[in-house]
Design a protein. Sequence first.
Length: 234
Amino acid sequence: MADTGLQRLVWITAQLRKYCPWTQQLTHHQLTEYLIEEAYEAVEVIESVPAKHWDDVATANGTYEEFRKELGDVLFQVTLHSAIAEQAGAFTVDDVADAISEKMIRRNPHVFDNSGQLLPEEHLGDVTVDDVEKNWEQIKQAEKADEVSPDESVRSSIYDLPPGLPALAAAAKIVDRAGRQAQDPFGDKPTETTATVDLTADDVGAQLFELVRIARAHGVDLEAELRQYNSRLG
């Protein structure tokens, strides 16, 4: 048995797949609801403490302990899906780690060179957040260039979202991705600080999307705000 944290979890997961009848019968499809549930439970812990208090370990100490456990539940989903895939001869958890490691190296040339080594000290830190976001989007498009035309690549990059993503969250993703393009397809960033929705209009969806654009322009996450408001109603 492996002694260290992640290696130990991978070993435990493998034994459960081998000897636990309930775990043995699990499939990727059956685990989908758990993957979503565990991710949302982790989000719930994050949002239970105001963002400004997360830097104060003393204030958020109990929450950090709860968060540690919730992240463990999310990590177990990763090791379990990987164990199922390994039994099918597809990939291992190490392959999963390699895939995201390679992606992070490709998408962050302001930190790593092509071989994955850290750039020289004099080249680190000389970049803005806006540069990082736009560079990420451009590299992402380049990765898809061999599969589709340039115009289709941009469209795919913006609109290629998980179908189960909540509508407000999906709209926010689209707005954020569009803003990282050389030219925002939706036009200039909104400057209004308030907006109303006319329910008698033909296209309420278009109005809601514009509300998302205004909210994102002012750093507001409508999905999170609505979740927090709903929690206060109970």
